[in-house]
Design a protein around this ligand. Structure first.
Ligand code: ATP
Length: 307
């Protein structure tokens, strides 16, 4: 195993009875990388991360953290890991700073509370009771607790789930700040936009396997040379006619929302307008956009990451 790698996983396997949760997963994460593990519910992300952290015994495969085999069992390696708690693990009665100080007392070495609170933009809330924090502030506190020992390798499990867009963006800034400091981050998320914004590379997991692994932009480029034209169809959708429009390579229909993947936007658009003129199609809210990681995910797995 290579000391320059933050994480190396080779042929990881884990079964629960008959259920194969992780089915031969291999990947390497470089130091300083933000790496995203993406996949729908039940894909095997949590099980993989739990095996990495030594919280679950794998059935097979090799894991190395920070160049050490079975690193999660090594005290020196463990001292360099940061693991984000779920917000349900926060101690609600404590004030924000008290919570940081309590966790800091568990480590032989810790960063000053002010530095951590500043990093997650909670300095002004340091005397606020945890239970009085907003959802976004709680999530940032949960991330803060993972930073107390100034870890080199940080595991974040769906850090922005349930947050509004503004709160999500603030957490993205926190994660970008950690990357700037040279930290390695392994992130699981259901949000494709988040992965696209933050991750140097993403692994897309489904049914216990990694089905793609690359830089988000490279994945988009690999699977989509086309542009997406989205609209809401009013009334029946003439699917065959849409498929036959010039430039249309692929179509997607979901609850009245239609996406056409077009390699020739002007011709597709004029075909659409012609259909509208002839009243064979009524639509509203049309947008033309580049394909995203969400489109790649749909193409690879046949479903949205969140159903
Ligand atoms: P989510 O996004 O919902 O957290 P996930 O990708 O993290 O999903 P896992 O939680 O690792 O997926 O689950 C992978 C598979 O293993 C699923 O089929 C799940 O039902 C099963 N599984 C997970 N934990 C257990 C367990 N303790 N006992 C039995 N089956 C389990």
């Amino acid at each position: 195993m290579n000391e320059n790698k933050a994480i190396e996983v080779l042929d990881l396997r884990k079964q629960y009875g008959e259920t194969v949760a992780v089915d031969g997963v291999s990947f390497t994460i470089e130091r300083g990388e933000v790496f995203g593990l993406l996949g729908p519910n039940g894909a095997g992300k949590t099980t993989s991360v739990e095996c990495l952290l030594g919280l679950r015994e794998a059935d097979g495969g090799q894991i190395s953290l920070l160049g050490v085999s079975h690193g999660a069992k090594d005290n020196q390696v463990r001292a360099r890991l940061g693991v984000q708690l779920q917000t349900t693990g926060l101690l609600n009665q404590l004030k924000v700073r008290e919570q940081i100080e309590l966790f800091a007392s568990l480590f032989p070495r810790s960063l000053p509370a002010d530095e951590i609170l500043d990093h997650v933009s909670l300095l002004e809330e340091s005397k606020t009771a945890t239970k009085a924090l907003s959802g976004g502030q709680k999530q940032r506190l949960a991330v803060a607790l993972a930073l107390i020992n100034d870890p080199d390798l940080i595991f974040l499990d769906e850090p922005t789930t349930g947050l509004d867009p503004q709160a999500r963006r603030r957490l993205w800034d926190v994660i970008r700040g950690l990357k700037e400091k040279g930290k390695t981050i392994m992130l699981t998320t259901h949000y494709m936009e988040e992965a696209e914004q933050l991750c140097d590379r993403v692994a897309i997991m489904d049914h216990g396997r990694i089905i793609e692994l690359d830089h988000p932009a490279r994945l988009i480029n690999k699977y989509f040379k086309e542009t997406a034209i989205d609209f809401v169809a009013l009334g029946t959708v003439p699917r065959e006619q849409l498929k036959a429009l010039p430039g249309v390579e692929n179509t997607l229909h979901e609850n009245g929302r239609v996406t056409l993947y077009s390699s020739d936007v002007p011709h597709t658009m004029s075909g659409l307008l012609e259909m509208a003129k002839q009243d064979t199609l009524n639509f509203k809210d049309m947008t033309v956009r580049q394909a995203t990681l969400e489109d790649v995910f749909l193409k690879l797995t046949g479903r949205r990451i969140r159903g």
